[in-house]
Write a protein of this length. Sequence first.
Length: 474
Amino acid sequence: MSIISLDTEPGRLSGWKEIALHLGKGTRTVQRWEKLYGLPVHRIGREGGEIVFAFRDEIDRWMAATEGQLKGNGGEAPEGEPPASSAGEPAATPPEGGASGDGTRRADRHLAGRRRVLAIGAAAVVGFVALGWVFGRFSGPPRAPRPSTAGQPAAWRMANESLTVFDSSGATLFEHPFGFALPSSTSSDTVRAGDGSLPVLIADIDGDGRNEVLVKANATERANRRLYCLEADGRTRFVHQPTGTRRFGDDEYAEPWVIHRVFLTRGPSGSRRLWVVFTHNLWFPSVLQELDPHGAVRQEYWSDGFIELVAETSWNGRPVVLVGAANNDFRAASLAVFPPDGVTGSAPAARPAYACRNCAAGGPGEFFLFPSLCATRRTGQAGLLEAWVEHGDRIRVTVMQGGAEGGATYYTLGPDGSVLAGEISREFQAQHARLERQGLLDHPFGLIDDREMFPVRRWNGRRFEELPGVKVDH
């Protein structure tokens, strides 16, 4: 359930095994390189887990820039650790290029990672291990080796009513008391995630060379679930939580608005952006806001379902922001596409109850809806988990169907927004079979489910139009 342009034209390496194989090292070595030296590794995923990947060209540029430092600082594999090709792990097959066939192979790799993610189920969402992860996760092209991180926020622990922040050597930098109870204790040493669900993010959000600490306060009281931005020395820079009400149809939805997701993106221009998602304390409306480094709202977009993904990339030669969410109007998954400085308005709706009546004018430049399939409708509704651009002009979309055990469906959108491909995961087929055995579905998996992949709907500025379907892969 992203966050980065996943343009795979230079070659995508899926998982630690493929990354290690490409570098000719063991997996422990490349994991250490990421933590200590900023090896450009990316992560996406939902609560309780993640999918790890990297790009060949980024890895190669990083290696060329840091190879001397690795050797000088003992960054080579420790004695006795074999390279990836002989580490006792099966060699992974690098992804192949081309428009036909690679979607299925990539989907299989996604599903392999998703099996690990979904097996964790509803485990607590949290984690952020090291500063190197932050830069690897949110950076663009690799940069020259960074100076020492001593004295910089790099790790954290939340317990009782306070947050403690440490530098890379483990020395305590500061402790921030919140003044209210936190329901559980957690730390960057115990949990990880990479989809905006982290309770603490450490990053330089204003480009001054010092790291700020962004905290989603998971307070017992919903009114205290705000976003905190702390300076490197522990001072509070800002605390943010939207105020006011929003009207959808004839109903008003009032505060408190509860912090849900935090994203840092970097667009093609290299500028970094801070995005936060707040949800209503009980119901479906959610808001995406871009904040400046001091907490002022730059842009704001309202959705009739929880927003789960924000990514900056380029599509058809122009920079865009991709926003993925659930859509309560159609019980579907939605993908909104905006120009980077035009994230405003609200999601279009067919039914009045899901149309925002007092939001700012405007909306996405493109808006797509992806259906919930029959097995999903028994247990919930679809939500958009991933979206990325392939080959510069195709958007690949992963739709989570029905939560932890529901599996996923995949779509490819062409340069003109048409549907080029559709695919149903094996996990969904397994879930379908279980529900059929339980008597909750009245048909075996097959053509009925292929047909339910469509229609994909697209907003044309006045109404939703149904896009033509395509043959579905399994």
